[in-house]
Design a protein around this ligand. Structure first.
Ligand code: NAD
Length: 472
């Protein structure tokens, strides 16, 4: 049994509450670890440590901080097998995903920002009788709060930009998947990052979220998670005028035209629907297929979905692992029942797989109106709805009909059509003839109830700094 403890001022210790939460392997339902359940007293300690470490960390040159982050990236890659296994045991995702996506990307988050930030320089504006400088200053101690779906990937996506510009961090990983954050702390120590620069507190968000976000020494809060929690975080931060970045839920659509590159589109749509058990905020969960190819595409989609190997995530040939928790598993089965009640036809999947572990077969649902709950709310599992379309006006109405606006994909060879749609779909991000291709320099984030602010490249560095202008 592993004890997952807090990491404060460079030391591991249990929460002062001395309370623990079981950490379950969702594929076997066995408890493999217990995670310390923090409260406001631990927040106080962690924020104090981050606050104390700030002046020294900020005073280091960007080059020194960059070297430390590169060292950490190297250590993550050296430990990829242990980290990938830990991520899979904790989250239920296939080991091949942990090994090729989650952990390499966590390392890349550090090496990317270590290099990218070198160009994030102060600006100079000269006029005839006036000379101005704009400096980007670190904020101080910042809080980062992350979800369970891409545990180390999303946690490091926030820690790296915060650190490189000179902030110190109090990080709060999901209580459902704390294991790789715990292992990361050991590597942070090994990399030589000074004590107190990164502090990690574990446990249930509502127990200490408000204490963390409203702490006077916390200068900004970067959150990724559900829209409901994001709304709460925003409420905590608003009266204190804190900088807040919110990356929240999605209900993304893929639009598939008859003139698409058919086989590649089918591959991309399958990936976008079922990768990570459909538990990626960017997953496409509504598929709009042009009338002319609707029946063929539907049948191919069903055949491909039925062929996915669902099961033991530690096996190399598994395509779809377990859902993260029993609560989440039950929530998804409940959505499938709601779809049936709304007149939806389950074309494939829709059921539990096996008797142990939280497995659900890839599910395709037809016949639901736009107003159906399964076309409006984020399900966040291996479930997609499909619908045919004829004309663009009606298509746009359906695509834009949800309260979310994160991402989407358009599949067509007609670039004028793709461009027209892309500019009329209400999301922060769109892909044309692909899905989830990411250049870390470009802005990442959603509109409507999917997000506030942008991550990525200079957008993240701007969030984690404040400008000061000096004019003479
Ligand atoms: P969640 O909102 O339940 O939890 C996210 C984090 O917030 C966890 O660490 C949790 O402990 C913490 N938390 C919960 N209540 C809190 C509170 N009152 N104060 C402070 N922290 C609190 O989300 P989840 O179920 O872990 O993750 C799934 C959600 O995340 C989905 O909605 C998904 O779309 C979203 N997500 C969005 C993005 C994006 O970039 N837009 C990326 C990944 C996941």
């Amino acid at each position: 049994m592993i004890d997952i403890e807090n990491f404060i001022a460079g030391k591991f210790s249990p929460s002062q509450s001395m309370e623990w939460i079981d950490d379950l392997n969702p594929a076997t339902e066995e408890i493999f670890a217990r995670v310390t359940n923090s409260d406001a007293r631990d927040v106080e300690q962690a924020v104090e440590a981050a606050h104390k470490a700030f002046p020294e960390w900020r005073a280091l040159t960007m080059e020194v901080r960059s070297e430390l982050l590169l060292k950490l990236a190297e250590l993550i890659l050296e430990n990829i097998d242990e980290l990938a296994r830990a991520e899979t045991i904790d989250n239920g995702k296939p080991i091949k995903v942990s090994r090729t996506v989650d952990i390499p990307r966590a390392a890349y988050n550090f090496s990317f920002f270590a290099e990218h930030a070198k160009d994030f320089k102060s600006l100079r504006f000269d006029a005839k009788d006036m000379h101005s400088r704009v400096y980007h200053e670190a904020l101080g101690a910042v809080a980062v709060i992350s979800p369970w779906n891409l545990p180390l990937y999303l946690l490091t996506w926030k820690i790296a930009p915060a650190l490189i510009v000179g902030n110190t961090v109090v990080a709060k990983p999901s209580e459902f998947t704390p294991y790789t954050a715990y292992l990361l702390c050991k590597l942070i120590k090994k990399a030589g990052i000074p004590d107190g620069v990164v502090n990690v507190i574990h446990g249930q968000g509502p127990r200490f979220g408000e204490a963390l976000c409203t702490h006077p020494h916390i200068k900004a809060v970067s959150f990724t998670g559900s829209t409901a929690t994001g709304r709460m975080i925003n409420q905590y931060c608003a009266p204190h005028f804190k900088k807040v970045s919110l990356e929240m839920g999605g209900k993304n659509a893929a639009i598939i035209y008859s003139d698409c590159d058919y086989e590649k589109t089918l591959d991309d749509v399958m990936r976008s629907a079922f990768s990570n058990q459909g538990q990626i905020c960017l997953c496409n969960s509504r598929l709009y297929i042009e009338e002319g190819i609707y029946h063929k595409f539907k049948n191919d989609l069903i055949e491909r979905s039925n062929a996915l190997k669902v099961g033991d995530p530690l096996l190399d040939n598994t395509d779809q692992g377990a859902l993260v928790s029993k609560t989440h598993f039950n929530k998804i089965l409940a959505y499938i029942e709601k779809a049936k009640n709304d007149g939806g036809h389950i074309l494939c999947g829709g059921k539990r797989v096996g008797e142990k572990g939280f497995f659900i077969s890839p599910t395709v649902i037809e016949g639901l109106k736009s107003s159906s709950i399964c076309n409006q709310e984020e399900i966040f599992g291996p479930v997609v709805t499909i619908r045919s379309f004829k004309d663009e006006a009606k298509l746009l109405e359906m695509v834009n009909s949800t309260p979310y606006g994160l991402a989407g994909s358009i599949f067509t060879k007609d670039m004028d059509k793709a461009d027209y749609l892309a500019r009329n779909i209400h999301t922060g991000m769109l892909w044309v003839n692909t899905w989830m291709k990411r250049d870390l320099r470009i802005p990442f984030g959603g509109v409507k109830q999917s997000g506030l602010g942008r991550e990525g490249g200079d957008y993240a560095l701007s969030f984690f700094t404040q400008t000061k202008t000096v004019t003479r």
